[in-house]
Design a protein around this ligand. Structure first.
Ligand code: IVH
Length: 665
């Protein structure tokens, strides 16, 4: 965390972190309960390590950072590593990586503006490290890392792995030690876990655990059945390889598999590019990886940098940013949306989640804050819902320091000061003319799903509102070039373009028009339901509450919101003004082969975007929905489908693969 703590604050925080990490460990290992994800736990450990580095006086032998990894099991012979098997220091962000680069440059006496030493980057496989000792070219002993100095002799088990040569491809006299990672494919991992489930046996949390468990089987037949794999990354000792890149070439010549993506890099920029590329394709790899290993390519320089603690200074693990991380809620702000809804927003100590820095997360409503038990100042776990939207998942109450503050929803709108009222879990500003509400509604009006006016984004709307050029969305259609041209960063040409864009969009379909009105709870799906059911705006305007409520998929709350919107005097005036400026196309009931069918999409599709998929369903007369119910006809499951998939299974809704879906289209 970037905020610097005072000595006593650091001491306190270190104590709390140690306790919490130990408790999660206990929950997981003893109680078999995963109270927080391994990634979130990692981010707490990282915070602890960073604090301990800054305040070494508070490092104690019982700290989780002092844990000696690995232990020797009974049943395996001990195996000593003549050259200790070290571990790597982790870096989690570009800044941390650059710090490492700066440090090694300093140690190597390389002064700016000279660039850093040449680097070698490779994938960091998520398996377990083993050492293979060859004598006169023949595999003599294989050992796990153990505590780094003494591991377990797993020679017989290693011999079951096809990618480990029992005899090297070249005759090498004397001893040579090769190190690398034993891994298992994701496919095998799933297959084995499924079999284990059926048998009622142990189910493994991740491929690494399974690889480790498989290698440490006392029955080699069992190991063989797990079809492990091996990637080599290191030759120990001097074979005049001088460069790490050459070492990789040698490993291949000796008969080992090495990482195909590995290559030499000029500088940190190259490393960041490599990381970005791999992070994108990571899901498609056969194996689990958790980052890159980057090291100084020149062995001489690498050696000169030496070792700090348990890790060589010349190499780092550059970990992928986790999908979840721990951070602090610095404040809770209240935002007013276009429907007048007051939304509490958590202001976060910026943190990397899923590859981007996150500093805000919607808390949705007051009830959600109660459900989380969140106070301002709390440490929380942040993830990204559906892999995109920042989301506070959990409060780590054990890390409270005593100065956390309870949050209360304001009784008045923070923008206009008028009273705010609660409606169920939600809170609304009662002022229909609230500037915040108005502004958001305008953004929404011109957005993609509604009038979709090219080039009219929030910035221009802000300027138009602030200068009093428009009062409401209807005024957009009255804008003239001369009104726009004086605006900052607006030339005559762009003014003319915008006026044309607005004019082009003044004819609109009924569902889009309904979306643009910004009625609470009325999005894409409800708009097309309304259009299908009533066929025209006049009929919708006149519909009674009961009639609206009759539409399948429209419940009481939504029906009430629609009915009341059209009864409101302010809205009526606005609608009248708007209809003088735009025309709604005659609504034609969609016909097509998907008529009457409702689709729900989950997971990511590889051949088209979610929006494209939805609009193609609609073009064929089908409907799309965000949630699975008994009314759903098909759930289309892309890659990594979410909870909707499980719900579909539960309800017995037909599930389509992407290929089946495309065929249907
Ligand atoms: S080089 C000083 N290269 O990561 C250790 N390690 O966090 C040098 N690992 O114990 C290791 N892929 O088990 C290296 N391409 C790779 C790796 C790799 C995975 C593991 C290895 C090591 C751990 C360190």
């Amino acid at each position: 965390m970037p905020k610097t703590l005072s000595k006593s604050e650091a001491k306190d925080r270190i104590g709390k972190l140690k306790k919490a990490i130990n408790r999660y460990r206990y929950d997981y290992h003893v109680l078999d309960k995963e109270t927080i994800s391994p990634e979130a736990l990692d981010s707490l450990k990282h915070e602890l390590k960073t604090l301990e580095d800054e305040f070494p006086e508070f490092v104690s032998p019982d700290s989780p950072t002092q844990r000696v990894e690995g232990k020797v099991l009974k049943g395996f012979k001990k195996a000593e590593h003549k050259v200790p098997m070290l571990s790597l220091e982790d870096t989690f962000s570009e800044e941390e990586f650059l710090d490492w680069e700066k440090r090694i440059k300093k140690l190597l006496n390389i002064n700016p503006p000279a660039g850093g030493p040449e680097l070698f980057g490779e994938l960091k496989f998520d398996g377990l490290a083993v050492s293979l000792l060859y004598k006169n070219g023949v595999l003599e002993r294989a050992a796990t890392r153990g505590n780094g100095r003494i591991g377990e002799d797993v020679t017989q088990n290693i011999k079951t792995i096809e990618s480990v040569p029992l005899r090297l491809e070249r005759d090498i006299e004397g001893e040579i030690e090769v190190r690398g990672e034993v891994i298992i494919t994701k496919k095998n991992f799933e297959k084995i876990n499924n079999e284990q489930k059926k048998k009622g046996g142990q189910v493994y949390a991740n491929p690494r655990n399974l690889a480790a468990g498989s290698l440490r089987q006392l029955d080699t037949k069992m190991t063989a059945s797990r079809r492990l794999d091996f990637h080599a990354y290191d030759i120990v000792g001097d074979f005049s390889q001088n460069l790490h890149s050459k070492e990789h070439d040698m490993l291949r010549a000796l008969g080992f598999k090495t990482d195909k993506e590995a290559h030499v890099m000029k500088d940190a920029k190259d490393v960041f590019k490599f990381k970005e590329k791999i992070e994108k394709s990571r899901e498609k790899l056969d194996y689990e990886i958790d980052g890159l290993v980057v090291q100084v390519n020149d062995d001489e320089l690498f050696k000169r940098l030496g070792v700090a603690g348990k890790a060589p200074r010349g190499a780092v693990a550059f970990k992928f940013s986790p999908k979840e991380a721990a951070t602090k809620v610095l404040d809770i702000l209240v935002q007013v949306g276009r429907t007048g809804k007051l939304t509490p927003i958590a202001v976060l100590d910026p943190v990397q989640v899923g590859g981007v820095t996150v500093s805000r997360a919607s808390l949705h409503n007051e009830d959600e804050i109660r459900r989380l038990g969140l106070k301002i100042g709390d440490t929380v776990i942040v993830g990204r819902a559906g892999d995109v939207i920042p989301d506070v998942k959990k409060v780590l109450t054990e890390l409270r320091e005593g100065n956390e503050k309870e949050f209360h929803m304001p009784r008045r709108c923070p923008v206009c000061g008028e009273p705010a009222v609660k409606d169920g879990p939600l809170t609304f500003c009662t002022n229909k003319k609230c500037p915040a509400r108005h502004r958001e509604n305008l953004y929404h009006f011109v957005s993609k799903g509604a009038f979709d006016v090219d080039g009219l984004g929030p910035k221009i709307i802000d300027a138009l509102l602030d200068q009093g050029f428009i009062q409401d969305a209807a005024d957009i259609f009255d804008l003239k070039e001369g009104d726009l041209a004086p605006l900052e960063r607006f030339g005559e040409k762009s003014a003319a373009n915008l006026v044309k864009a607005v004019k082009d969009k003044s004819k609109i379909s009924l569902p889009r028009f309904l979306i643009a009105l910004g009625i609470l709870h009325v999005g894409e799906e409800t708009s097309s339901d309304l259009a299908d059911y009533f066929g025209s705006l006049e009929k919708i305007e006149k519909a009674s509450f009961e009639e609206v409520n009759e539409i399948p998929n429209v419940g009481n709350v939504v029906a009430k919101s629609i009915y009341e919107w059209f009864r409101d005097a302010y809205n009526k005036r606005y609608l009248e003004k708007l209809l003088k400026r735009v025309s709604i196309e005659k609504y034609r009931q969609p016909s097509g082969k998907l008529k009457g069918k409702t689709f729900v999409l989950t997971g990511s599709l590889s051949s088209l975007s979610r929006e494209e998929a939805k609009s193609r369903v609609r073009a064929l007369g089908g409907k799309t929905s965000e949630s699975v119910s008994k009314e759903t006809d098909y759930v289309v499951a892309g890659e990594e489908p979410g909870s909707k998939f499980e719900k579909a299974q539960k309800l017995g809704v037909k599930i389509l693969s992407e290929a089946e879906f495309i065929k249907m289209l």
